[in-house]
Design a protein around this ligand. Structure first.
Ligand code: GTP
Ligand code: MG
Length: 235
């Protein structure tokens, strides 16, 4: 997973925000905006963006569907590594979910790995409206070297990050808390910045929404002029 160093660093806004209350029935309207094939192709929007990133098959699309109460909003894979595009979803005009291509699909092909790294790092460096990154890892394997490296990219780009332990239903109930805390220690994150999640049981849906909405609110309050920073071709 080697790729060029991030282009520029930003100050990392603190997480640890109190969770935002999640309105009943939220979200109502959710719209698939587009699949971008490259960074040049990303949609013009000033909504705060929440990017999901992680290994192929870790459950990125399933989380979007679960958070949005939809079955097939984001396509769930039967073959790992199918999402190679950057998919954008407008969630009730409050946040934009950005489903980034998973890593791992291109193992063995160094050019593909490098292209993937450039896409992710370019997005992290140049997206003014990116307010939160979600680093997903599978509860059964815990974070590994690739997740640690990805988190380093987020940190170097000054992007706040929450880690999400997916498929928590696949480990024993009594193991969930211990695994979450162990992962937090490994990633050097406060335990509250690691959320256990299951798309099957919907465990973690409420706290994850609370954290996402808090990050989006703070971003909108602190950076009302974020839209002005958009490059001309995407504004
Ligand atoms: N048991 C269980 N299975 C899950 C969960 N989340 C996802 N899956 C399954 O894991 C597989 C991959 O899920 P996706 O949501 O497509 O994963 P992805 O990260 O979007 O995959 P790519 O787009 O291919 O990188 C599917 O078979 C899902 O049904 C979960 O919380 N629990
Ligand atoms: Mg997917």
């Amino acid at each position: 997973m080697s790729a060029p160093a991030p282009k520029r660093a930003r100050t990392r806004p603190p997480l640890g925000l109190p969770p935002e209350p999640v309105p009943d029935g939220f979200p109502g309207r959710v719209t698939f905006i587009k699949s971008a094939t490259s960074l040049r192709d990303t949609p013009s929007s000033t909504l705060p963006e929440v990017a999901l990133c992680g290994r192929s098959n870790v459950g990125k699309s399933s989380i979007i569907n679960t958070l949005c109460n939809r079955r097939q909003l984001a396509r769930v894979s039967t073959t790992p590594g199918r999402t190679r595009l950057i998919n954008f979803f407008d969630v009730q005009a409050r946040v934009m979910f950005v489903d980034l291509p998973g890593f791992g699909f291109a193992t063995g092909d160094q050019r593909e790995v490098a292209a993937w790294g450039e896409t992710i790092q370019g997005y992290l460096a140049d997206r003014p409206q990116l307010c939160l990154t979600l680093l997903l890892f599978d509860a059964r394997r815990g974070p590994e070297r690739e997740e640690e490296e990805l988190l380093l990219w987020f940190r170097q780009a000054g992007r706040p990050c929450l880690a999400v332990m997916t498929k928590a239903d696949k480990i024993g109930r009594s193991e969930v808390e211990a695994s979450r805390k162990k992962a937090a220690a490994q990633l050097a994150l406060p335990p509250s910045d690691v959320i256990a999640f299951s798309s099957l049981t919907r465990l973690g849906r409420e706290p994850l929404w609370g954290a996402i909405l808090a990050a989006a609110r703070v971003f909108s309050e602190e950076r009302p002029g974020a839209a002005d920073e958009l490059p001309e071709d995407t504004a």
